[in-house]
Ligand binder design. Structure first.
Ligand code: GCB
Length: 578
């Protein structure tokens, strides 16, 4: 699916701003005809609603949004699509009283063809959003059996450790395209000697039109013309290619043009990084060379906007990653805004891109539905992010409660789907079960979350570190694959100091992280060190989360460094490689 773009052939209009909003705790809006339009209280879009209104922090829906817009001049001859970049969790959309459809799942885009429904003036757009937590949703909520959830007794009753923010959280665009247009592009790259090979597959609204592909960025532009009736695919060879890698994230620019009678009728531009990713034995290879990911698990989380789209925070966070010497992050525990990935492409961060499947459990009841949702999310994620050089692996779940027998076939199903959709990237899940996670037999990477010396061996860091080292060695012995430690960390309340270090002090967090990094540096099969978390973040309320915050950030929620941030910067030699 293409990210909206404006040029002389296609235009995107952002509908962000102040919309009308009505909570619907009795679920009466549908019967009361709110789908036809209504006025309520003003709400900022895009953003979560929870932190905008003191009376609605823990309210998860349903709630209604509406806005009005005019059709731009000249658009009556165009194909018009309405695109939502993310609505959490369940969205029903009406335009001028017509139900356009429904989308389930936050953090992934969906769109509707609205060409037949548009009026010249005063178009009424209405969205009903339901963010309630339920056992048959993904991520699930209301799971009370401790065998199936780490999160018991918190409020709201999420089955995951971050606040269940909801609403229209990313931009809503109206996109006008020509009647015959480019629908999708798939770019893959290979390296042969010093030549980069860029393969481009093009999907168009009419089958097999004429196309022109142009790749610019270094040396002579490469151009390929594909005649009408052809394969809608082409390959561009780039001699002496500049490869994309964290230290020098070189981007070429691909222009795809759709031609009718020799005239350009549609155009789309895409940054392209020439690079390969592979797993060989227990090493992860980027462009054929072993690579070690150093970085963080993160969250989209900021005061007032909640999980809302906020470009300055993206820029700030990637600047902090650069400052500290990181080269990587994971989009824990859901896909991040597309802009975050375009930025990572430019700045050279290696991204593990994760679906919203956090807190999965495997009781038979509702399992088929949860699998269908996970398949949908995997498809939508790969469709959205397949062209980013920064994305080097797909993560299909975080910390599933996999000890029930249904877990392994569930993940085999998802693994096969992901590999069939994208054979070019490793596929994994992130687990806290180490050797007991049977699915690591077939996943390409072993991603572990470990908190020994925190949740276990609490306050006894030396014993925790010994347990950590033992688990690394045992897991390596069992699976012989690259191990990425995708989470390790300790809460530190900013300004709390202790000598000797004690839990929740900045010293304990810094010592914990230092001990873990040293243990991983000593093991060449550890291909990734992701500290949990870059920043403190909002959670549900519960006895483990004072101030409803997770304090494992090495930066505070307002992005100030703790002691551990300075310690990491020294340990990671500000970007230096081993
Ligand atoms: C985990 C989870 C993460 C939590 C973290 C913690 O294993 O994956 O979502 O926030 O532990 O701090 O407990």
């Amino acid at each position: 699916m293409l990210t909206p773009q404006s040029n002389p052939f296609r235009q995107a209009i952002d509908l962000s701003g102040l919309w009308e909003f009505r909570p619907d705790p009795q679920d009466q809006g549908l019967d009361a005809g709110w789908s036809q339009g209504f006025s309520g209280r003003p709400v900022g879009v895009p953003a979560s609603w929870n932190d905008q209104f003191a009376d609605l922090r823990d309210f998860l829906g349903p709630a209604w949004y509406s806005t009005r817009f005019h059709r731009p001049w000249g658009w009556d001859q165009r194909q018009v699509t309405l695109r939502f970049a993310s609505v959490n969790y369940l969205a029903d959309v009406w335009l001028n009283g017509v139900h356009l459809g429904r989308h389930e799942g936050g953090h992934l885009p969906f769109q509707f063809d609205v060409t037949p429904h548009l009026e010249d003036e005063d178009n009424r757009l209405v969205v009903r959003v339901d963010g309630r937590l339920a056992r048959d949703r993904v991520p699930p909520g209301q799971v009370e059996d401790p065998r199936d959830s780490h999160q018991i007794g918190i409020w709201p009753p999420a089955t995951f450790d971050f606040f269940p923010f909801c609403g229209i959280q990313r931009p809503v665009h109206l996109v006008a395209t020509p009647r015959t247009s480019l629908l999708d592009l798939t770019v893959t790259t290979r390296i042969q000697g010093d030549t980069g090979l860029v393969q481009v597959r093009v999907e168009t609204s009419d089958p097999a039109p004429a196309l022109r592909l142009t790749l610019e960025g270094h040396g002579t532009p490469r151009v390929t013309e594909i005649p009408a009736g052809g394969a809608s695919a082409g390959e561009l060879a780039v001699p002496a290619a500049r490869l994309w890698r964290p230290e020098t994230p070189h981007l070429y620019e691909l222009t795809v043009e759709l031609l009718e009678r020799g005239q350009v009728v549609d155009r789309y531009r895409l940054p392209v990084g020439i690079r390969t990713v592979a797993v060989e034995g227990d090493r992860l290879l980027l462009n054929g060379e072993p690579v070690v990911l150093r970085g963080f698990g993160r969250h989209e989380d900021f005061p007032v906007v909640g999980r809302g789209f906020l470009p300055p925070v993206m820029v700030k966070d990637q600047a902090l990653l650069r400052w500290i010497g990181a080269n990587s992050f994971r989009t824990s525990h859901y896909p991040y805004a597309e802009e975050e990935l375009y930025l990572a492409d430019r700045l050279g961060f290696l991204v593990i891109d994760e679906t919203p499947a956090v807190g999965l459990f495997f009781q038979e009841e509702g399992l088929a539905r949860r699998l269908a949702l996970c398949r949908q999310f995997t498809q939508e994620l790969i469709a959205r992010d397949k062209n980013h050089p920064s994305v080097i692996a797909w993560s299909l779940a975080n910390e599933p409660r996999s000890l029930r027998p249904a877990a392994t076939p569930f993940f085999r199903n998802l693994y096969d789907l992901a590999r069939s959709l994208d054979p070019t990237r490793p596929v994994t899940i992130v687990s806290d079960l180490a050797t007991q996670e049977e699915s690591f037999e077939f996943f390409d990477l072993v991603c572990l979350n470990l908190y020994r010396g925190w949740y276990q061996e609490s306050g006894r860091l030396e014993e925790g570190l010994a347990a950590f080292a033992r688990i690394l060695d045992e897991t390596h012995a069992r699976f012989s694959k690259p191990i990425l430690v995708t989470e390790f960390g300790a809460d530190a309340i900013p300004g709390h100091h202790a000598l000797p270090p004690e839990m929740f002090s900045e010293e304990y967090q810094a010592a914990f992280i230092q001990g873990y990094v040293q243990a991983m540096e000593a093991r060449p099969f550890v291909a990734g060190q992701h500290v949990w978390n870059l920043c403190d973040f909002k959670t549900a309320q519960g006895v483990k989360r004072p101030m409803a915050l997770n304090f494992k950030g090495v930066f505070t929620r307002d992005r100030r460094p703790k002691l551990a941030a300075h310690r990491l910067r020294e340990l990671w030699g500000k970007g230096g490689d081993r």
